[in-house]
Design a protein around this ligand. Structure first.
Ligand SMILES: [Zn+2]
Length: 205
């Protein structure tokens, strides 16, 4: 009787430990691999304000940003970048935008310079991420897509999670805000990306 109860307890504890080990430090578990995510390709017109049409000098990193425009959608941000050729108010863009529902719009080919990461524009791929409010925290859907997109780019360009950086790491700008203000969330994000990359590399054998 006691032996049976003991075995039962052991089974429960083992199962709980198994689940726990999949959960990253900030408690988010994302079940994604590094396969190519669904990309809505809407390339910007080649123009001096958002798509200069210059080829990159190799790709040595992936730079994560947040839009700093709470509630704005991926489509609105993409259209804003494309509209800069007419408004001429500033130079800005990014290779990808991840939206509030996890949708991903590609604005600039990976091998072309986008105007997002200052002196790293010429050797990185940039990802702008939408967020619902001022905290800059991403929705679960957005976060999941961001992990998959980043992992896919790591595999595609033979990069590691050490090559995944924040805009903050380039210029000190508070971008992406949540990942600058919550170092643990940033580390957990990179861990999730590493797990996704590892899963794909294991699947490929
Ligand atoms: Zn930024």
């Amino acid at each position: 009787m006691y032996a049976a109860a003991g075995i039962m307890l052991l089974v429960i504890l083992t199962a709980a430990a198994g689940i726990y080990s999949c959960v990253s430090r900030n408690g988010r578990y994302v079940d994604v691999d590094a396969s190519e995510p669904d990309l809505d390709v809407q390339l910007l017109d080649v123009n001096p304000y958002s798509r200069p049409g210059i080829q990159s000098d190799g790709i040595n990193g992936i730079v994560i940003h947040y839009t700093a425009n709470p509630g704005s959608t991926a489509q609105e941000n993409r259209d804003y970048f494309n509209g800069l050729q007419y408004s001429q108010e500033t130079e800005a863009s990014s290779n990808f935008i991840v939206g509030l529902e996890g949708e991903i719009i590609q604005c600039v080919p990976t091998w072309e310079v986008a105007y997002a990461s200052n002196e790293r524009n010429s050797d990185t791929v940039s990802i702008e991420v939408c967020h619902p409010d001022e905290t800059g925290k991403f929705t679960d859907e957005t976060y999941r897509s961001l992990v998959q997109l980043t992992a896919w780019l790591c595999v595609k360009f033979d990069l590691t999670t050490d090559d995944v950086i924040r805009h903050y790491d380039v210029t000190g700008k508070i971008c992406p805000k949540y990942f600058v203000e919550h170092e643990d969330a940033w580390e957990a994000f990179k861990e999730n990306v590493g797990d996704a990359v590892g899963k794909s590399r294991r699947e490929q054998g």
